[in-house]
Design a binder for this molecule. Structure first.
Ligand SMILES: *[C@@H]1O[C@H](CO)[C@@H](O)[C@H](O)[C@H]1NC(C)=O
Length: 283
């Protein structure tokens, strides 16, 4: 049992870990701004982070820590006004060509027209699992919480505590599942006006630049991976075996019926030899 050995860890360390995560988020402590030559900034003693984009560059950050399973929350306020052509990506990813990735990407739009939330899951370097949604609110007006719950059974995507997508562990059916490569949290704001808004028809209006995306309340209750060891032990975190309850399943169905725009699992034309195996297992 490789898993059991990986998560074997002393009770003391686990206790220390739970103490650590109880401390409120601070971007100075938890995040490195990694690119954008000063276009990403931390304000308010570490409570607020802003990424910006102008015609010369976007910007991005990553978490200092790597995680192998966990629950990650972030409050994000997307680019206000005319954000057409811009993309704000918020994702977990491991390294290398066979990397795993759990993606939220927010595709901007002209004022008054809806953002699209684009999601994807990569396992062993392979994605092609796009699902796109509208939201039931305008994500430019306020901060909303975007979360990932990643355990051994499934990956759950949440928006303000409403589950919007599930990717189940279907290793039994031969579908690779992210369970061994630690991931970091990343976010970036960049120009993608060749495809983002109405498929690239609407271009970024640079007279509106700089564009800003704002972040608050980063929260991670996760197994931190460091030096080949995980902080999770036998005393497992609350989310370790969590899956959707009846209420969650009902919310998920409501959301997907009302707001889904695109689902690779319904795109028969794209997969003429049959839909991917996991499509018959996840809702
Ligand atoms: C932008 O608005 C148009 C018109 O309402 C819509 O078709 C499109 O899905 C919206 N979102 C994006 C990202 O293109």
């Amino acid at each position: 049992m490789k898993m059991a050995r990986q998560y074997l860890f002393s009770q003391t360390s686990f206790f220390f870990f739970t103490l650590l995560v109880a401390v409120s988020a601070n971007f100075f402590r938890d995040i490195d701004i990694t690119w954008g030559s000063g276009r990403g900034k931390i304000w308010e003693n570490g409570d607020l982070l802003q990424l910006s984009l102008d015609r010369f560059s976007g910007s991005g950050f990553q978490s200092k820590q790597e995680y192998l399973f966990g629950r990650i929350d972030m409050k994000i306020k997307l680019v206000p006004g005319n954000s057409a052509g811009t993309v704000t990506a918020y994702y977990l990813s491991s390294q290398g060509t066979t990397h795993d990735e759990i993606d939220f990407e927010f595709l901007g739009n002209v004022s008054g027209e809806p953002y699209i939330l684009h999601t994807n899951v990569f396992t062993q370097g392979k994605g092609n699992r796009e699902q796109q949604f509208y939201l039931w609110f305008d994500p430019r007006l306020d901060f909303h919480t975007y979360s990932v719950l990643w355990n051994r059974q499934q990956i759950l995507f949440y928006v303000d505590a409403t589950p919007i997508r599930v990717f189940k562990n279907a290793q039994g059916a031969g579908v690779p599942y992210p369970d061994s490569q630690p991931m970091r949290l990343y976010s970036s704001l960049w120009n993608a006006d060749d495809w983002a808004t109405r498929g690239g028809l609407v271009k970024t209006d640079w007279s509106q630049a700089p564009f800003f995306a704002s972040y608050r309340s980063f929260y991670s209750d996760a197994c931190v991976w460091s030096g080949g060891r995980s902080t999770c032990s036998g005393a497992t975190p609350e989310w370790w075996d969590q899956s959707l309850d009846a209420d969650g399943a009902r919310k998920l169905r409501w959301f997907r019926e009302k707001y889904m725009i695109y689902d690779y699992c319904r795109d028969n034309a794209r997969f003429p030899r049959g839909l991917p195996v996991e499509c018959s297992l996840s809702p």
